[in-house]
Design a protein around this ligand. Structure first.
Ligand SMILES: Nc1ncnc2c1ncn2[C@@H]1O[C@H](COP(=O)(O)OP(=O)(O)OP(=O)(O)O)[C@@H](O)[C@H]1O
Ligand SMILES: [Mg+2]
Length: 212
């Protein structure tokens, strides 16, 4: 517990998570996309969010690059800073889930302990859906949409996951999505199907029509 938390109490609000979820008509949760740079986390998280949003769900996306411009602007890429990055983002994702949102997060989150910490943070079983975006390093390096692998190989970027920093494979991810040689839409279908099968969203596409 940090110094500052010692004299701080938990203030209970009068609107509960259940109240918020009842109004929205669905539960909140966190879809935690993890994988190498260029594996497809941001691409899939944003497509999944769009699909859910179009179906009428309350959604939010948290992306690694974006939070490093604000919430985590003070952090670098050492093991310690990556852990703190994920801790903060995990807390934010939890708040959104408790507000009733289906949160899609896109962070490399290379350390198993950090991902497990976020899983343990959640207040309800099933809140954390770990989505391992699986793609061989060579394919990610070939995609290199931001030119980062090239710079890492040239020694211009240090501590780059997969090159000179580790990626610890998930051992019990709820979902493994292979992105090599697969269409984005096929991967999105796989994730949406999981959410339907496990009751996170309705079994049939029926919400969008009831909104208009
Ligand atoms: N099946 C697929 N799913 C997702 N992305 C794919 C797929 N096939 C090809 N791609 C391409 O792979 C690239 C993935 O880039 P993206 O920015 O989503 O990666 P990322 O995992 O978010 O990386 P970073 O950690 O650097 O943010 C995109 O150019 C995307 O078009
Ligand atoms: Mg990304």
């Amino acid at each position: 517990m940090g110094e500052g938390s010692r004299n701080v109490f938990w203030q209970v609000g009068s609107v509960s998570r259940e109240d918020r979820e009842a109004r929205r008509g669905h539960r909140g949760c966190v879809l935690w996309f993890t994988g190498l740079s260029a594996s497809g986390k941001s691409t899939l998280a944003s497509h999944v969010e769009q699909r859910l949003f179009d179906e009428g769900y309350f959604t939010y996306m948290l992306d690694g690059d974006n939070v490093r411009h604000g919430l985590c602007t003070d952090l670098g890429f050492s093991h310690e800073d990556r852990t703190e990055n994920i801790r903060r983002v995990g807390e934010v994702a939890k708040l959104f889930a408790e507000a009733g949102a289906i949160v899609a997060t896109a962070f490399i989150s290379p350390y198993r302990a950090d991902r497990d910490h976020v899983r343990d943070l959640m207040s309800r079983d099933g809140d954390f859906v770990e989505v391992f975006v699986s793609c061989p390093l060579e394919v990610c390096e070939h995609r290199d949409p931001k030119g980062l692998y090239e710079r890492a190989r040239a020694g211009e970027i240090r501590d780059f996951t997969g090159i000179d920093a580790p990626y610890e494979l998930p051992e019990a991810a709820e979902l493994v999505v292979e992105t090599q040689d697969r269409e984005i839409s096929e991967c999105v279908d796989q994730i949406i199907a999981y959410l339907r099968q496990h009751g996170y969203i309705e079994a049939a596409v029926s919400r969008a029509s009831s909104l208009s």
